[in-house]
Design a protein. Structure first.
Length: 566
């Protein structure tokens, strides 16, 4: 077995971060009260890649190795853990499949706690729960950074390769991408698996299981993501969109007793989920990554009983006698007495020639670890003058050799927070081009350079760049609504008095976040006049639930119970 890192000799930063803590006597006693001791022998497999369910395990004596590709001929040891360490990662709380295998390396004894008992403990024992949750979140990040988990083999020029990689990255699924264009061992691996290059992209799961160009739904089934289920009954609330606003609505709706269902077309987290660090969110003085904020919100929503489904793309909204029906892309229908629309926005595209041609290889609309790893050591450019562009530029300096930030505005602080602008100005790796726009994309199969024009002087300059990150404003996700709802000239949803139309009676003036349809609310970036900030979106999502109660409270099937949170 090749070794990734030893659990007992981890770099100090990982130990300090809490990814692999040792439990003290009090914590062991709390777990022993709900678990059972088991003797284990060398070679015992405690759980395997693909297992949908396994126990939370604490090592009381002996050692356990965490292995990728067990029994595949391509094994890699990710870590070796000893006494007082616990095994597992985020999938123990989310219900996803296991991405690695645990093999006993030195005989001893473990404490096994059923996952449902662990979830109860995490909820009621704050200190121990925080310790375990923090470790699981960090371990997921470590696995993603190591490229552990399943493998994707495909060409960087293939749209389906990009789709699969985006689905995996946005859902924070540990994986490793093998590029047919660059990896010299890729074709040999395909021959070994009996796959021709024409059949790619493929996903390799559990070492030998091959899926040829799987759909997002097939991937969701494989890894245990919660897919939509047909429901005959009408639930209290459907939240469409699982970004910050949608997740807040799901948390508050479920915590107040509403039968709540939240769905998203691609992944939880929305645009915020792709942010490397959110530094101005209340309560996180050191900042928090969009991925961690999302994972915590998802666990919180599920703790209160909300049902989250991904991927599930809403395609229609239809008003019935006493409820609404949401049509899904796969033909299913979900029904609820109230709807919160939190579908957010998508970034606009640059109006330059050849943009679409290079989008699959060199042009990106998010700056996550996936995109950053693609441009490691290369010069890159970021276009945009808002916070998203600023955060992306700062994050990418850790991977790219140089970053050019192209801003149309005359000053950096016109649309960007001062703290971000100050940090960018102190970064020697970032060159800022003010009052400038991209005019040309240069390169044959992939981006090589940009031609940028200074809008004041009219001068043009060639800038070397192997990747282009675009953050130039956004358009709302509202096309699926058709003509059913009042929108502003930009396609954003009108709410409150602005949503009034001629056929409304005096007693049917919409509430503050209510749309032109009764009991249908909009929250977050998709709403006309909203403030495009994570904190604002979370606030609107929670406020919308109060208005749901005002509009349909007596008709809701759930018993409204307000939980006091501290």
């Amino acid at each position: 077995m090749s070794s990734g890192f030893d659990g007992d000799t981890l770099v100090e930063t990982e130990v300090r971060s809490g990814a692999f803590p040792r439990l003290d006597d009090g914590q062991l006693a709390a777990l022993e009260a709900i678990g059972e001791r088991r003797r284990v022998q060398r070679g015992d497999v405690l759980f395997r890649e693909g297992d949908a369910r396994y126990d939370f395990l604490v090592i009381l004596s002996g050692k356990v190795a965490i292995v990728e590709g067990y029994d595949s001929g391509r094994e890699r040891t990710i870590g070796v853990h000893g006494e007082r360490r616990f095994l597992g990662e985020l999938n123990l709380l989310t219900g996803q499949a296991a991405f690695l295998t645990a093999v006993v390396e030195e005989e001893g004894e473990v404490l096994a706690v059923p996952p449902e008992r662990l979830r109860e403990l995490v909820t009621h024992d704050t200190n121990l729960g925080d310790l375990i949750l923090r470790a699981f979140l960090l371990r997921r990040s470590v696995l993603i950074g190591l490229g552990a988990g399943f493998r994707i083999i495909g060409s960087r020029y293939a749209p389906d390769t990009r789709r699969i990689r985006e689905f995996a990255a946005r859902n924070r699924l540990p994986h490793h991408w093998i590029d047919l264009e660059k990896d010299t061992d890729a074709e040999a691996l395909l021959r070994e698996l009996g796959v021709s290059p024409e059949e790619t992209p493929v996903v390799i799961w559990r070492g030998r299981e091959v899926l040829r160009n799987p759909s997002n739904v097939e991937l969701a089934k494989l890894f245990g993501l919660p897919l939509p289920r047909s429901k005959d009954e009408v639930c209290d609330l459907i939240v469409v969109g699982a970004g910050p606003a949608g997740l807040a609505a799901a948390v508050y709706g479920a915590s107040e007793g509403l039968d709540t269902l939240a769905l998203d077309a691609l992944a939880t987290g929305g645009q915020a989920g792709t942010s490397s660090r959110i530094e101005n969110y209340l309560g996180f003085p050191a900042g928090v990554s969009g991925a961690e904020l999302t994972d915590r919100a998802v666990l919180q929503a599920e703790k209160f009983g909300a049902e989250l489904t991904v991927p599930a793309r809403a395609t229609s909204l239809e008003r019935r006698a006493d409820h609404y029906a949401i049509g899904l892309e796969d033909g299913q229908e979900l029904r609820a007495r109230a709807i919160v629309i939190a579908t957010g926005v998508q970034y606009r595209r640059l109006p330059v020639p050849r943009l679409e041609e290079l989008e699959g290889t060199s042009v990106y609309y998010a700056a996550t670890l996936m995109e950053a790893q693609l441009c490691r050591g290369d010069p890159i450019a970021v276009v945009g003058g808002g916070n998203s562009a600023g955060q992306a530029a700062l994050f990418l300096t850790g991977y790219a050799s140089h970053v050019d930030l192209i801003v149309r505005e005359p000053v950096l602080t016109e649309n960007m927070s001062r703290y971000l602008a100050d940090r960018i100005e102190r970064k020697p790796e970032i060159d800022v081009h003010l009052h400038s726009e991209v005019r040309e994309l240069c390169g044959r199969d992939a981006l090589e350079a940009l031609v940028v024009e200074d809008n004041r002087a009219g001068d043009r300059e060639r800038i070397e760049a192997r990747a282009l990150f675009v953050f130039i404003g956004a358009a709302p996700h509202t096309r699926w609504l058709g003509d059913n709802m009042a929108l502003d000239s930009g396609g954003y949803i009108l709410t409150g008095p602005d949503a009034c139309n001629g056929d409304m009676s005096g007693d049917r003036v919409p509430l503050m976040l209510e749309t032109s349809l009764p009991a249908v609310f909009a929250a977050g970036d998709v709403r006309s006049g909203s403030i495009k900030r994570v904190a604002s979106a979370v606030g609107e999502g929670s406020i919308a639930i109060r208005m749901v109660h005002e509009r349909v409270g007596d008709r809701a099937g759930g018993q409204a119970v307000v939980h006091t949170q501290t």
